[in-house]
Design a protein around this ligand. Structure first.
Ligand SMILES: *Cc1c(COP(=O)(O)O)cnc(C)c1O
Length: 233
């Protein structure tokens, strides 16, 4: 078995345990393999081990991998920072975008989504720990923006995404994830039907699952430590 295959097996086992511990339905949590900085060959190994959903942060790197692997039935998610000049290629090449945090960007994705494709599935990214340097809409602006995004054609607002401040303290991890869940529930009280909480990474996904995560985004626990200086594709 390859290292990637055994890492995937271990992660899936930990997900299963966290789901049981939280008394949630089996299959309630979808694993997204974050393949940024890793080559297409590693994505292929993960696919051969049963993984079909992958996430990328950097557009050009992602497009190269999508092209190299177009013969495989993979689902691609964009989770990186969004710039106006990148929206067209993102709208054309991805099934999901988790990092929408401005109306203007969402309007461009909406206008640029090809009509022969299903609606682009989006999450509103929230700066849940209110960190000055982080992407995401401020928590106190999330409800207003979410209600606006839900109205845009060719997009399907599925829920909220966050990358909380890193912490080793499980109680603090859970508090941040619970905050995101409360915002999602509040939006649903306004009449939306958001089914997605995209939260939890390699170091904190059990806490995210305990607080209701439906998509967890795992990179290093599957592919190993990232080396940003290395050539990536
Ligand atoms: C890189 C990244 C991940 C994966 O992080 P790991 O700690 O390697 O699991 C998840 N979400 C986002 C937004 C990322 O940028």
């Amino acid at each position: 078995m390859t290292t990637i295959a055994s890492n995937l097996q271990a992660v899936n086992q930990q997900i299963h345990q966290a789901v049981i511990h939280a008394k949630r339905a089996s299959g309630a949590v979808k694993l997204l393999a974050v393949s940024k900085t890793f080559p297409a060959a590693d994505v292929r190994l993960a696919y051969l081990a049963g993984q079909t959903c992958f996430a990328e942060n950097y557009l050009q790197e992602a497009l190269d991998k999508i092209a190299a692997l177009q013969n495989l039935p993979l689902e691609w998610h964009f989770i990186g920072p969004l710039q106006s000049n990148k929206t067209r290629l993102i709208a054309e090449n991805f099934a999901w975008v988790h990092s929408v945090d401005r109306l203007k960007i969402a309007e461009r994705l909406s206008a640029q989504r090809p009509l022969n494709l299903p609606p682009l599935q989006i999450c509103l990214q929230v700066n849940i720990s209110d960190e000055a340097s982080k992407s995401g809409v401020a928590s106190d602006e999330a409800i207003a923006l979410g209600l606006q995004l839900a109205c845009l054609p060719n997009l399907n607002l599925r829920g909220l995404m966050a990358v909380p401040a890193a912490s080793d303290n499980v109680a603090l991890q859970r508090a941040a994830f619970a905050k995101l869940r409360a915002l999602r529930d509040e939006l649903n009280q306004y009449g939306l039907q958001l089914d997605t909480l995209s939260m939890g990474m390699s170091h904190d996904f059990p806490a995210a699952i305990a607080e209701g995560a439906t998509i967890i985004r795992i990179g290093s626990a599957i592919f190993g430590n990232r080396n940003y200086s290395k050539e990536t594709v």
